[in-house]
Design a protein around this ligand. Structure first.
Ligand code: ASP
Length: 343
């Protein structure tokens, strides 16, 4: 259910709450216990727009009884393993040296645990490695070669993550970095901008248990070793099982500056709807933006999105400028538009 006050589930939930409240207590009841309201809710998964297949898969799994984090990870793995998604996992765009370095993090609401990996090379599904860090170590984040060794110890295979397409894009970028670079390109297209792309997914089940996961190849052509917000618990994603979950895609550095995943959940804790919470976080991000990332009107010259769901299954998303997101609930999987801070 979007956080529109008249959506079907709100109506059903309210009607059900009144009936249930009347039956259970002799005196007038203003609001039913949350557990009664939840019994009318279907699972919800919300993600960045590349997760359209993933949200459908996650909800299907949750309906079959799968844990919310396991379901979310199965959802994002579709993108991690898809060579055509150049923002995540296999086929992700590489750093400035042509090496694909992946970041991921996850959080499991019911057990209050989190895991993350940063700058992981050669493993297609960093989301699964982040979950292993969470499950089998007392730590939260492993990085670089040691994260890779950790993954190999669990049987992951070392693989070349560059596809012919992502290698070609990198070669084009390298050959067009600027007038003074040392590479000749027969097909000069001009400097290629850094690109962003990631998948964040947040899942709530009918019992109100919540999890979140974010996975990415990060900013294309980044400085080797750069770890972005996707690996940062509290920025790329965050879950509080009492409140909700939120995550992000877009320029990770600016999200880290505002601890955006955490802040969005905090906004929901204060009573904001998921959409309003995401918008409020974006406002904080803008306030934290240095001049080099602002245009002549003082607006951010980068994109950033937040996706959020609360314990009741209300969801929402917001972006600096027009941007789609994916959601799946009892009405099925679909693309909707984020609320925007700027036109
Ligand atoms: N947030 C990711 C990062 O900065 C990139 C993206 O979402 O597009 O690594």
């Amino acid at each position: 259910m979007s956080d529109s006050p008249l959506s079907r589930r709100t109506f059903l939930g309210t009607a059900g709450a009144v009936v249930a409240g009347t039956a259970l207590t002799p005196r007038p009841v203003v609001a039913a216990p949350a557990i009664l309201r939840r019994s009318f809710a279907a699972p919800v998964a919300i993600s960045s727009s590349n997760g359209l297949r993933g949200v459908a898969r996650a909800v299907e799994l949750v309906l079959a009884g799968t844990d919310t984090l396991d379901a979310g990870i199965e959802g994002v793995k579709i993108q991690e393993l898809d060579p055509k998604d150049s923002s995540v996992g296999y086929g992700g765009l590489p750093n400035e040296e042509g090496v694909v370095q992946l970041d991921a993090s996850c959080m499991h609401g019911p057990t209050k645990r989190a895991g993350a990996v940063g700058a992981l090379e050669g493993i297609k599904t960093p989301s699964e490695v982040a979950r292993l860090v969470m499950k089998y170590t007392p730590h939260i984040m492993l990085v670089g070669k040691d994260a890779q060794r950790f993954a190999l110890s669990y049987g992951f295979q070392l693989e070349d993550l560059l596809t012919p397409e992502s290698r070609e894009a990198w070669l084009q970028w390298r050959a067009n970095r600027g007038a003074n670079d040392n590479w000749l390109s027969p097909d000069v297209k001009g400097p290629m901008r850094h690109t962003t792309g990631t998948i964040n997914m947040n899942v709530v089940n009918a019992a109100g248990d919540i999890s979140s996961v974010t996975t990415t190849s990060g900013l294309s052509w980044k400085v080797p070793g750069r770890v972005g917000d996707s690996a940062a618990v509290g920025a790329g994603q965050y879950t509080d099982n009492e409140i909700g979950a939120a995550g992000s895609t877009g320029l990770g550095e600016m999200n880290i500056m505002a601890c955006g995943g955490f802040l969005t959940v905090e906004h929901m804790r204060q009573g904001m709807s998921p959409t309003d919470a995401a918008l409020a976080t974006l406002k904080r991000v803008v306030a934290m933006t240095p001049p080099r990332l602002l245009d002549e009107r003082g607006r951010p010259n980068y994109q950033l999105q937040f996706y959020a769901v609360n314990k009741k299954g209300q969801y929402g998303a917001a972006a600096m400028t027009r941007s789609p997101f994916a959601v799946c609930d009892e009405k099925g999987a679909r693309i909707e538009q984020c609320a925007t801070l700027f036109s």
